[in-house]
Design a protein around this ligand. Structure first.
Ligand SMILES: Cc1ncc(COP(=O)(O)O)c(C=O)c1O
Length: 393
């Protein structure tokens, strides 16, 4: 048998498997009430409309939908995305957009284009595992920055940046995965100032900004005030439409965009044209805004049920984020509780969650757990939290 160990690249030695995908089997067992998923509910997918659109774009536009396309994306979709960004107060042109195979590809392309081994990337404590995986895969060094209920703590960012001389900061200001937190606008301005002071670039990842459930949440991206053009903004259709249509985007300063486009040529020539054609047609028919309303309505009640149930069963024993948007709340338990050790007890009791440790690159957060309200009915959410309170906390 061939010994492959000498064949792997140096970067491959730094690949990190997702600590969350290992829990996938818990998500699909119908006997287990699952707060563990990280995926949107299939009930929110506009399947019938999509089926009609898919048939149309395949039958009537096969020269586009079934053909290779431009690396930067289907031109009309780029226009639509520039409009969406405009509605989010970001001034941009269709030529600033690069459509990607989900925003996960955007993270990989940025890491490939900007990072050398040992470069420092700052990430929030906690952060999205797919983001850290992309940076680890380029042998970057990750350093954690503290968050509180207003988002990144500027003093922590200043201190860690002074010490580590980072190239990049990766942040998810709107209803972060995994914490569900919303960064205040003042904190976003502080982040931009510190990016200028310490001369680093910012990846602003915004897949959850449209999923908001309360009045008055201020979700305007920092990209809208990016006077120095330090921010690379990422968006995605995954959470409002369907993640199986691998369709996200990058909005980058022009000189970066040129290099990212070349990296994408090498990665996949172009993102799936059928996916893009379907998303493009969906947006062009004006169906996106009502779809977003439907998705919000679908999750709003479930989110309320989860938060109310936590208040009923965990009051005084834990703290949790309010999850005014997005798909998650992060629950923080007593310091001496290691939630990873409680997973098997919980599963035996018929309830699943994701232990928070893997989201913290500094090894902290062992006493936290991520819960999603996306998957279960209100009744099962109530029952699940009651069970959870018996085995953790
Ligand atoms: C913060 C964050 N960024 C990016 C992604 C990847 O999304 P996409 O489906 O657009 O690749 C996710 C998916 O869960 C996410 O939570």
């Amino acid at each position: 048998m061939t010994d492959y160990s000498g064949f792997f690249s140096r970067d491959a030695a730094n690949f990190r498997p997702s600590a969350i995908r290992a829990f996938a089997k818990l998500i699909n067992d119908p006997n287990i009430i699952s707060f563990a998923g990280g995926v949107p509910s299939p009930e929110t997918f506009p399947a019938e409309e999509m089926a009609g659109i898919a048939e149309r774009v395949i039958r009537e536009r096969r020269q586009i939908s079934l053909q290779y396309g431009p690396t930067r994306g289907l031109p009309r979709l780029c226009e639509g995305i520039a409009r969406i960004c405009g509605e989010r107060s970001i001034e941009c042109a269709p030529s600033d957009v690069i459509v990607t195979t989900g925003s996960q590809q955007a993270l990989d392309l940025i890491a490939h284009t900007l990072l050398d081994p040992g470069d420092v990337v700052l990430v929030e404590l906690p952060t999205y595992i797919g983001g850290s995986a992309s940076f680890f895969a380029r042998s970057a060094t990750l350093a954690g920055v503290a968050q509180d209920d207003e988002g990144i703590v500027p003093e922590s960012l200043d201190e860690v940046a002074s010490r580590t001389k980072p190239k990049l900061l990766y942040t998810i200001p709107n209803f972060q995965n995994p914490s569900g937190r919303l960064m205040t606008q003042a904190r976003r301005d502080a982040v931009l100032k510190l990016a200028a002071k310490h001369d680093f670039l910012v990846i602003e990842d915004d897949p959850y900004g449209e999923l908001l459930y309360v009045e008055g949440a201020e979700t305007t991206p920092m990209k809208s005030r990016d006077a120095e053009e330090r921010v690379i903004y990422l968006g995605s259709f995954s959470k409002v439409l369907a993640p199986g249509l691998r369709c996200g985007w990058i909005l980058a300063p022009a000189a970066l965009g040129t290099q990212l486009e070349i990296a994408k040529q090498a990665a996949d020539l172009c993102s799936g044209m059928l996916d893009q054609s379907i998303v493009d047609e969906f947006c062009a028919t004006g169906a996106l805004a009502p779809q977003i309303e439907k998705v919000r309505a679908f999750y709003r009640g479930k989110r309320g049920t989860l938060i109310d149930s936590l208040a009923e069963h965990f009051r005084g024993r834990a703290e949790w984020t309010s999850a005014d948007g997005g798909l998650f709340t992060l629950v923080t338990l007593r310091d001496d509780i290691d939630t990873a050790e409680r997973v098997s007890h919980a599963v035996a009791r018929g309830v699943a969650f994701i232990p928070g440790g893997p989201f913290f690159v500094d090894g902290s957060g062992k006493n936290t757990m991520r819960l999603t309200f996306a998957k279960e009915t209100d009744e099962r959410i109530r029952e699940g939290v009651e069970r959870l309170a018996e085995v953790v906390g």
